[in-house]
Design a protein around this ligand. Structure first.
Ligand code: SF4
Ligand code: SF4
Length: 377
């Protein structure tokens, strides 16, 4: 395999990555992207010659959780190293430069790579009152995002805040926070929501870009299908307990110690599209439901408001009257998923009772059949 100065492969070899590990990584990326195994060699070949990608990473109203995910340092894997090999020329949190020097670095990258850099945006963009709630170098963040994204090959919005405003956009937020797509509607933006996003998914999206010259296919909300195409509920290791009507009903109860389903504790897995059960976090060690906490639906639109209460079932379904927004109507249409799930939950109890001659379901079983709301791609 040829090595080319400045290529991703060259950078990996320089970091001590063996060819075997590199090929294994390429095959794993094909799997992560839900491509046939035959794409593994093609990915390896593309990464062998792909030049390191200049990246401008912008941060607006955020907690830097996605930066933390990006920087995690323990047990470096090929996936982590490949992120290191990106040429991150501007990243406010990690760059040594500050003030004018930092802004100069951003401008220099934009000039050196006209239409040739990748932009990652983390955090929401406040647009209320002329965008004054977030300014960098004397300019509004909104202005900076517009300027930088205008010259980008592609834009990746990481985390829920860059997706649709996230926490700063939750009810009562005063800053008029919105996501990247709302500020640069004509840009090629891929949304990777999550609080934070899973860095394995970011790696896969970048590998896709390096291999095919484009970001992966997305759903109607701009989320890559390979990572956001399936319900959490359909991939969950506790699903068998859901089917059998075996639910945790109090934190720390016997059912919780047995690892039963968290549906009655408010788990939003049935309403949430993400690959957390398979991609997992912390080097693939675990994910929230495996650790005993229900999914709160952090990859879904307006999740702080729409998925509340986090520890209870959703109680209302948006209607279709004149008092609801287009977004809410969209959520209402897809609430069928949640409705079907609720029926499914009730049905599970019926089956459980019939098949196992179990005692009648407790009142909460009926309550499970009232769950509504939810969102979908
Ligand atoms: S409700 Fe939650 S815990 Fe239960 S099976 Fe679905 S995703 Fe898993
Ligand atoms: S399990 Fe649910 S709340 Fe947790 S990270 Fe995944 S989508 Fe977000």
């Amino acid at each position: 395999m040829a090595t080319v100065d400045g290529s991703v492969y060259h950078a990996l070899i320089a970091r001590g990555v063996s060819r075997r590990s590199f090929l294994k990584f390429s095959a794993a990326m094909a799997g992560a992207l839900m491509l046939p195994a035959a794409y593994g060699p093609r990915i390896a070949n593309a990464l062998s010659t792909a030049k390191r990608l200049p990246v401008i990473w912008l941060e607006g109203q955020d907690c830097a959780g996605n930066t933390e995910a990006f920087l995690r340092a323990s047990h470096p894997t090929v996936a982590e190293i490949i992120l290191d090999t990106l040429s991150v020329d501007y990243h406010e949190t990690i760059m040594a430069a500050a003030g004018r020097q930092a802004e100069d670095a951003r401008k220099a990258t934009m000039k050196a790579f006209p239409n040739g850099y990748l932009v990652v945006v983390e955090g929401s963009i406040p647009i209320a009152e002329g965008g004054i709630y977030c300014t960098i170098g004397g300019r509004t963040f909104e202005d900076t995002v517009k300027e930088v994204c205008a010259g980008a090959k592609a834009v990746i919005a990481v985390g829920s805040c860059a997706f649709d405003g996230g926490l700063p956009a939750a009810k009562g937020g005063p800053t008029g926070a919105v996501g990247v797509s709302q500020v640069v509607p004509k840009a090629t933006v891929v949304n990777m929501p999550g609080c934070p996003m899973n860095v394995q998914n970011l790696t896969a999206a970048i590998v896709h870009f390096l291999t095919f010259g484009s970001l992966p296919a997305t759903d109607s909300l701009g989320r890559p299908l390979f990572a956001y195409g399936q319900l959490i509920h359909d991939q969950c290791e506790r699903r068998a307990h859901f089917e059998r009507g075996e639910f945790v009903t109090a934190w720390g109860d016997d059912a919780s110690r047995k690892g039963w389903c968290l549906y009655k504790m408010g788990c939003k897995g049935p309403e949430t599209y993400a690959n957390c059960p398979t991609a997992r976090f912390n080097d693939g060690t675990s994910w929230p439901v495996k650790a005993g906490h229900g999914c709160v639906g952090c990859t879904m639109p307006s999740f702080w408001d729409q998925m509340s209460p986090f520890y209870g079932r959703l109680s209302t379904t948006p209607g279709f009257g004149s008092d609801v927004t287009a977004d809410q109507v969209g959520l209402g249409i897809v609430a069928t998923v949640a409705g079907l799930t609720a029926l499914h939950a009730g049905g599970s109890y019926v089956r459980h009772k019939r098949d196992a001659a179990a005692p009648p379901p407790p009142a909460e079983a009926v309550e499970a059949g009232t769950a509504t709301g939810g969102t979908q791609a």
